[in-house]
Write a protein that binds this ligand. Structure first.
Ligand code: NCW
Length: 440
């Protein structure tokens, strides 16, 4: 089966995505403050290969050539994130003009190259000073976030077509404060649920503030959603899937699109539920212009734990390859919620790539992308308003707790000399997006 660009609506956007801490490096330059990831990476045992983001892809210095690279792929848009500690080193108060200057150059650089900027305000690099006061567990952080959003929107304004508040709040709450795999590495469910609530509140407050500053830009949020399937028809397995869907998906979707938490999960959380003040749900459910969906895999749930189907293939992250899950997920959210246009803001796969004679033959990644772009098109055919697709990632980068041991890029990064080398998947994507009628 082949897929071609003309299978999609004319104004459908194709892009590539990255995030600040994963690519920028230069963590001590031009007045940047510490983020919770700088601290976390210094703690022994937190990062699999003992590395951190101090150099990463050195994008802070190499950005002009990286933008050239993106332009050469022929994509329409570039999704990137702003590092809060570059803008406000202490997370509040004084604004660091040099930080704003960097992102202004970057945005202008995109526009000069015909690339639409899709900006994310928070891709997990919380200023350490705010963490010292409790981080997202502290309600005040939500209001600090709205101030930071104001500062960025005032400088970059309507040049940025799309502002996302948060990337994957499940990760910056549950994975960070309950499971403890991400910074700040706590293991406390009650704290995690407070963090999730304050993230959602911060999202809503930021949307309110930005509406007036950038009325022409589209505002939204990016969630990592994972459809949950039962391992069998047995009642216990169906209940397990419903619970997984509730904690992972509905806990974030419902406050945004219904102004409430899902009752079944609220009851299951017992004493650990967050304190919700009057007006909080009015904030979390502020109208938004788009929903960003990051899709990587599904979960298969049994009463006694998750199941890993043996006939499936798995990526280097151990995530099952299941493209049908993307179609199912999109159709389902379109059915269950009144959703604005949806973007697939991330989709991709890590594989252990090897550079051979200047080339990277990442056939599995090509297959992964092909199947998921097709799955996106299937959802469009079934009536879901999908407005764009962003590949994760433009280039190999710092994969959080896995350090540099996982490669998600369409472009290979040789960390020894910072060379960028197009993998076969980048060439495949280039053909898809630039040769309108070429089946790839
Ligand atoms: S870790 C993660 N990722 C990867 C990361 O590079 C990117 O910054 C994120 O936006 C690739 O895309 C996202 N997501 C976490 C997914 C959670 C998987 C469920 C784990 C269950 C314990």
């Amino acid at each position: 089966m082949t897929i071609k660009r003309t299978d999609f609506p004319d104004n459908f956007i194709f892009g590539v995505a990255t995030s600040s801490y994963q690519i920028e490096g230069a963590t001590n330059e031009d007045g940047r403050g510490d983020s919770i990831w700088d601290t976390f990476c210094r703690e022994p045992g937190r990062i699999q290969d003992g590395t951190g983001g101090d150099v990463a892809c050195d994008h802070y210095h190499l950005w002009p050539q990286d933008l050239d690279l993106i332009q050469s792929l022929g994509v329409d848009a570039y999704r990137f994130s702003v590092a809060w500690p570059r803008i406000q080193p202490d997370g509040k108060g004084p604004v660091n003009q040099k930080g704003l200057d960097f992102y202004e150059r970057l945005v202008d650089g995109m526009l000069e190259r015909g690339l639409q900027p899709y900006l994310t305000l928070y891709h997990w690099d919380l200023p350490q000073t705010l963490q010292d006061e409790g981080g997202w567990v502290n309600r005040e952080t939500a209001y600090r976030f709205a101030e930071y959003a104001r500062v960025v929107a005032e400088r970059l304004g309507g040049r940025v077509r799309s502002y996302a508040t948060l990337n994957e709040p499940w990760c910056s709450s549950i994975l960070s404060y309950q499971i403890g795999e991400h910074a700040p590495g706590l293991q406390d469910r009650r704290a995690a649920l407070a963090a999730a609530h304050h993230l959602l509140l911060g999202h809503g407050e930021a949307v309110k503030v930005m509406r007036d500053i950038v009325p022409g830009s589209s505002l939204g949020i990016v969630l990592n959603l994972q459809p949950a399937y039962p391992a069998s028809d047995r009642e216990e397995d169906v209940a397990a899937a419903r619970f997984a869907d509730g904690t992972f998906n509905r806990w974030f979707l419902d406050p945004i699109f219904r102004g409430e938490y899902p009752a079944d999960i609220w009851d299951a959380y017992g004493e650990d539920v967050p304190t919700v003040q009057d007006g909080d749900f009015a904030a979390t459910s502020q109208p938004i212009d788009f929903l960003g969906v990051n899709y990587y895999s599904r979960s298969v749930n049994g009463a006694t734990g998750n199941v890993r189907p043996s006939e499936s293939s798995y990526t280097h992250m151990g995530w099952e390859v299941y493209p049908q899950g993307l179609t199912d997920l999109l159709v389902r959210i379109n059915h269950d919620y009144t959703v604005p246009p949806v973007y697939i803001t991330e989709n991709g796969a890590a594989y252990p790539d090897e550079l051979e004679g200047g080339r990277v033959h990442d056939a599995q990644r090509v297959e992964y992308f092909k199947a998921h772009v097709q799955a996106t098109s299937d959802a469009v055919q079934q009536g879901v308003n999908v407005a764009g697709y962003f590949a994760w990632s433009l280039m190999d980068n710092f994969e959080w707790a896995f350090g540099y041991s996982r490669r998600f890029g369409m472009v290979y990064v040789d960390y020894g000399n910072q060379q960028r080398i197009l993998k076969d998947s980048a060439k495949w994507y280039q053909t898809l997006v630039t040769r309108q009628d070429a089946g790839v």
